[in-house]
Write a protein that binds this ligand. Structure first.
Ligand code: PLP
Length: 448
């Protein structure tokens, strides 16, 4: 830890003092810093980035226009920017063992759109996972532009099963194979937004090869688990891999694409000029920081602990009377079916009650959910963020107990306040930024 300088950066923003002229935003940032550090962050797609990632994201690289790619820009003054982007690309390639990386997608959705645009003509068929069974909006939701440009066909999960040795609600590869044969898709997509099992690449590869389709693995959620060696990598198997940098990978908000060298030109042109304008080079720099952090040995420990914590949390929640979709978890997230706990309790109400108790997560449909996507019968929880804050399996047991208590006593304001107080105490013992304080803590450049 460095000595604190006279003007100390705060948790709300390393450059908080520069916001003195905008007290409204400054106070909102301070309030959000308070929320993030005094309540439990269990949204499966969130994490706590390092101060170094935040510093790069908040840097003056935001001033630079840099349409194009290193060595081929449309504006001048690119020497530094080119080095930044080259570093980010090289680090991404080395981290994942990829032949080519594009680090410009502003988000995971942009990365997926770029891949579709590069590889599939409008109107051609894409086979992807059904949204109500765990797929993402960009996998062909009627609400998404993806379904208006391309023709999507969807696969789903096997039926639920009580047999612990043969869990149900896992990807139905017979269905994937049958649909591929019948529909002859141009592209097959693996990957999900709410699926608690490892997704193997090989069966998708075999099916894609059997019908001459290309294979995209959307690694948005488990990218950090792959980088940290806790999950097998789809990079050597898939033609293209997209991912988000802000979930388990713990970087800035953004997307990236990895692909074989022979697809590089098509992918790059689809991102720019096909889909986006100027890249966000401050975010590209922050991605480079995150890739370097994810290559460190301690990130391997982190990824392993995220999975161990998820398993512990899932086991403890089952003990509280919830049903786990697919009987458990192999990654950083889990889906709870609330109905065995309380048939009347919806995902919407549970999310609102837990918010009041200082436990932040999201409602989610469960497979074959009888309720609407706005109401739902399920909750989705993840361990990536609180593992960054240092929590382990023991704390996961406490978290499950607090969730059970809050939901059982949801009509009792005093009981909810008591849970909220315990949540605050627990979070206080595991500050995500020990060297940065919510108000005006000491300066820190590291998490240690
Ligand atoms: N793909 C999957 C599987 C996701 O889970 C997500 C985000 O949740 C995305 C793509 C899109 O990422 P973004 O929100 O950055 O656009």
């Amino acid at each position: 830890m460095t000595d604190a300088p006279a003007s100390r950066p705060t948790l709300a923003s390393p450059y908080q003092s520069w916001l003195a002229g905008d007290p409204e935003i400054a106070s909102l940032l301070a309030a959000e810093a308070e929320r993030q550090t005094t309540t439990l962050q269990l949204i499966a797609s969130e994490n706590f980035t390092s101060p170094a990632v935040m510093a790069a994201t908040g840097s003056l690289l935001t001033n630079k226009y840099a349409e194009g790619y290193p060595g081929r820009r449309y504006y001048g003054g690119n020497q530094v920017i080119d080095e930044v982007e080259d570093l980010a690309r090289d680090r991404a390639k080395s981290l994942f063992g990829a032949e080519h990386a594009n680090v410009q997608p502003h988000a995971g959705a942009m990365a997926n759109l770029a891949v579709y645009q590069a590889l599939v003509k409008p109107g051609e068929t894409i086979l992807a996972m059904r949204l109500d069974q765990g797929g993402h909006l960009t996998h062909g939701s009627p609400a998404s532009i993806t379904s208006k440009v391309w023709r999507f066909v969807s696969y789903g999960l096997t039926p639920a099963s009580d047999d612990p040795d043969r869990p149900g609600e896992i990807i139905d590869f017979d269905q994937v194979a049958d649909l591929a044969k019948a529909e002859r898709p141009k592209l097959i997509v693996a990957g999900a937004t709410a699926y608690s099992r490892q997704i193997p690449s090989e069966p998708f590869r075999e099916i894609a090869d059997s019908v001459g389709a290309l294979f995209l693995f959307d690694l948005a959620h488990p990218a950090g688990l792959v980088a940290g060696g806790a999950h097998p990598s789809p990079v050597p198997v898939a033609d293209v891999v997209t991912f988000t940098t802000h979930k388990t990978l713990r970087g800035p908000r953004g997307g990236a694409i990895l692909c074989r060298a022979d697809l590089a030109k098509a992918i790059d042109s689809a991102v720019f000029p096909g889909l986006q304008g100027g890249p966000l080079e401050h975010v590209v720099a922050a991605k480079a920081v995150a890739f370097a952090e994810a290559a460190r040995p301690d990130f391997r420990d982190y990824a392993t602990q995220v999975v161990a914590n998820a398993r512990a949390l899932a086991g403890a929640l089952a003990g509280e009377g919830f049903r786990l979709v697919s009987n458990g978890t192999e990654n950083h997230l889990m889906l709870l079916d609330l109905r065995p706990f309380d048939a009347e309790l919806t995902g919407k109400e549970a999310q609102e009650v837990l918010d009041r108790a200082g436990i932040t997560l999201n409602r989610n449909t469960i497979p074959d959910d009888p309720r609407s996507p706005f109401v739902t019968s399920g909750l989705r929880l993840g361990t990536a963020a609180q593992t960054t804050a240092g929590m382990g399996e023991e704390e996961m047991g406490r978290v499950a107990g607090l969730i059970g208590r809050a939901l059982r006593q949801r009509g009792d304001d005093d009981a909810l306040a008591a849970v909220r107080a315990e949540v605050g105490e627990l979070c206080g013992a595991f500050p995500p930024y020990p060297t940065l304080a919510p108000g005006a803590g000491p300066a820190g450049t590291d998490r240690s």
